[in-house]
Design a protein around this ligand. Sequence first.
Ligand SMILES: C[S@@+](CC[C@H](N)C(=O)[O-])C[C@H]1O[C@@H](n2cnc3c(N)ncnc32)[C@H](O)[C@@H]1O
Length: 213
Amino acid sequence: MDELISERLQSFMDRWVSPLPELLQEIEAFTLANHPEAHMLSGAQQGQFLSMISQMIRPRRVLEIGTFTGYSALCLASGLTEFGKLVTIEYRESDAQQARSYFDRSAYRDQIQLLQGDAHVLLPTLTESWDLVFIDADKTGYADYFNILLPSVRRNGFILADNLFFHGQVLEEPVKGKNAKALLSFAEAVKSCPDVEQVPIPLRDGLMLIRKL
Ligand SMILES: C[S@@+](CC[C@H](N)C(=O)[O-])C[C@H]1O[C@@H](n2cnc3c(N)ncnc32)[C@H](O)[C@@H]1O
């Protein structure tokens, strides 16, 4: 599969996006230098987009599934109201520890709650009502996450789901990989749900932006 975004377009975008705060730059540099799956980090384009979405919504309650090293959580936290709270779930202990060390150094240390464990187990235990949800964990879980979470997203609340294109594999014919197939099942579940409207956004690996009606 060809690159979804040409090198020329990527460097044009890199040239014009505002730099993110120093701590986020540090997380990105550390992750790129040390993490074997560094490609999973949102990066500056998507990070700035997540920050601005959150700053537009000014959420009281944000949920993230898939913390990784904490980059996107800190972007999403930037729009929280004064007494707002962000809950983020990470399965792997080492990533959770790394993320926690960054949260502790951030302005949002008292507003971010990191739950370490499997989101499939933890989600049904949460009782909050969400203004903004970011789904960015196991792709085969997306459709389940959407169905489990939708009742607890408030009216006019938003869900953002990452990797809609799954490295371009959703565009292949036939679609072969299990993750690409899972993303298509998720997109079908969203499209056929009468309680939401949605728009795919071709940023990086593709995002689905969903509004609960
Ligand atoms: C793509 S990375 C998240 C990247 C992060 N949101 C960012 O932008 O920097 C996906 C993360 O989800 C975690 N994960 C995968 N399956 C999970 C599950 N069932 N429950 C919780 N976390 C999970 C992985 O360990 C990984 O750290």
